[in-house]
Ligand binder design. Structure first.
Ligand SMILES: [Zn+2]
Ligand SMILES: [Zn+2]
Length: 74
């Protein structure tokens, strides 16, 4: 064995996903693309509460943050 070398356990990136913005391969657990910085995990913002600016799915009838009733979008 050669002393002075340290074997570092590198986590295996067994799964990659492709950034929809720039096409870069990024580890599947990434929150942001490491090439362009685009958020990868956050769902698209469909509705924003006018009172507290909380983001919620379009189907939400009440804001999960402040309880404000949301207007039907359709
Ligand atoms: Zn990207
Ligand atoms: Zn709210």
């Amino acid at each position: 064995m050669v002393s002075g070398f340290v074997i570092v356990q590198v986590p295996l990136y067994s799964q990659y996903m492709v950034c929809p913005n720039c096409g870069a391969q990024v580890p599947s657990f990434s929150n942001f693309c490491n090439m362009c910085g685009k958020p990868l995990r956050q769902p698209p913002v469909l509705k924003i509460c006018p009172r507290c600016q909380n983001r919620m799915p379009e189907s939400a009838k009440f804001c999960p943050e402040c309880g404000l009733r949301q207007k039907a979008s359709k």
